[in-house]
Design a protein around this ligand. Structure first.
Ligand code: HEC
Ligand code: HEC
Length: 305
């Protein structure tokens, strides 16, 4: 017997075996859907095997006739046959369909889940803005508190104290280790709302003034900033930081951020860009809309007052 028939029988037996194993006999063959499914599975196996065997046999025994073209490519020749008309028509129709598909068809005009999501978000934001867009003052702070409880509490804790250093303590502007980290490593977190990095210790203080800020000066100025701009270190701040952050540390537009206190704008920038620094990584929050960011900024600003 030709080997191909043997393989056909083995394959058929195996597939029918799998069909048998996958069948749920508890409910039997009484159900018409089950009957159809089983009949379909058996038919599919038999037809596949039959077709495959037929074509393999044909490949094994067929000999070609007709006139060969003169050229050969790596020993493979080409018959001088007419291009079948049906094939040519199909080919051109496929090209026309391709152009239709690209310009008017699916990719440009079709339904998209992301598109629907974006539309829903836009519609919701419009409704939200109509209802809450004009809120200010205490109500804005309250709205910010509810955003905080929903989105930020997991990391910053119920009272925004940072849960033992897992995230920044938002009841004060900044901690000693964070100031120190920034002076040593620089910072590029988009705190100004744009690319406006603070260079690291060497880049900033060596190049600018020629005098490297000493470790003792760094400790002093870090404590000064973290203590709300009070205590020792004021002279270092005035000498090396005030030119960018301002005498009072409240920052300057387009130059350096406020390191003395939170402002809604600063929080919004942090929510837009995320923040990676001494304590860890704060994710950005694209899912909040502008008013929600402003509100949670107002809430955080209110905490340290
Ligand atoms: C996945 C945890 C996580 C979530 C959620 C999170 N934060 Fe943070 N956040 C952090 C970490 C960590 C830091 C500290 C980054 C650093 O080292 O300065 C931080 C820092 C901050 C800072 C900067 C503090 C500073 O001194 O500059 C602000 C403001 C802030 N988060 C606000 C928020 C708000 C508002 C939300 C909710 C909308 C929020 N965070 C949600 C982890 C988180
Ligand atoms: C050349 C201008 C410049 C000087 C001088 C400068 N800074 Fe900055 N500083 C910046 C900028 C810009 C940022 C914001 C960087 C960013 O977006 O992450 C920044 C960020 C910071 C931050 C980070 C705030 C946060 O929430 O993470 C701290 C802290 C800070 N500076 C402290 C200092 C101290 C202390 C000095 C003096 C020893 C100093 N800076 C000198 C420009 C400056």
């Amino acid at each position: 017997m030709n080997k191909i028939y043997l393989w056909g029988i083995i394959f058929t037996a195996a597939m029918l075996g799998f069909t048998y194993m996958s069948f749920d006999f508890k409910h039997g063959l009484s159900d018409i859907v089950n009957q159809l499914a089983i009949a379909g599975a058996i038919a599919l196996v038999l037809i596949s095997v039959f077709v495959v065997i037929k074509y393999v046999r044909q490949m094994q025994t067929d000999t070609a006739d007709g006139q060969l073209a003169a050229e050969k490519w790596d020993g493979i020749g080409e018959y001088l046959n007419e291009l079948p008309m049906g094939w040519a028509i199909m080919f051109f129709l496929t090209m026309i369909w391709g152009m239709w598909y690209f310009t008017i068809g699916y990719p440009v005009n079709a339904y998209s889940q992301i598109g629907e999501y974006n539309e829903d978000v836009r519609a919701h934001d419009a409704k939200f803005t109509a209802q809450y867009g004009s809120i200010t003052g205490d109500r804005l702070v309250e709205m910010g508190e509810s955003v905080f409880l929903a989105e930020c509490k997991v990391c910053h804790g119920l009272t925004a104290d940072g849960i033992d250093g897992k995230a920044a303590n938002l009841n004060k502007r900044i901690e000693v280790k964070s100031v120190k980290y920034t002076i040593l490593n620089g910072s590029n977190n988009g705190l100004m709302g744009m690319e406006m990095p603070m260079p690291d210790r060497n880049g900033l203080f060596n190049g600018n003034s020629g005098a490297l800020i000493t470790d003792a000066e760094i400790d002093a100025v870090s404590a000064y900033v973290a203590n709300g701009m009070t205590g020792a270190g004021a002279d270092v701040f005035a000498g090396t930081c005030a030119s960018c952050h301002g005498e009072d540390g409240k920052g300057m537009e387009y130059v350096a951020p406020n390191v003395a206190q939170f402002t809604p704008a600063l929080v919004t920038n942090i929510l837009n860009h995320g923040k990676k620094a001494a304590i860890g990584t704060m994710p950005k929050f694209d899912r909040l809309n502008a008013k929600q960011k402003e509100a949670v900024g107002a809430y955080i600003t209110s905490l340290s007052k």
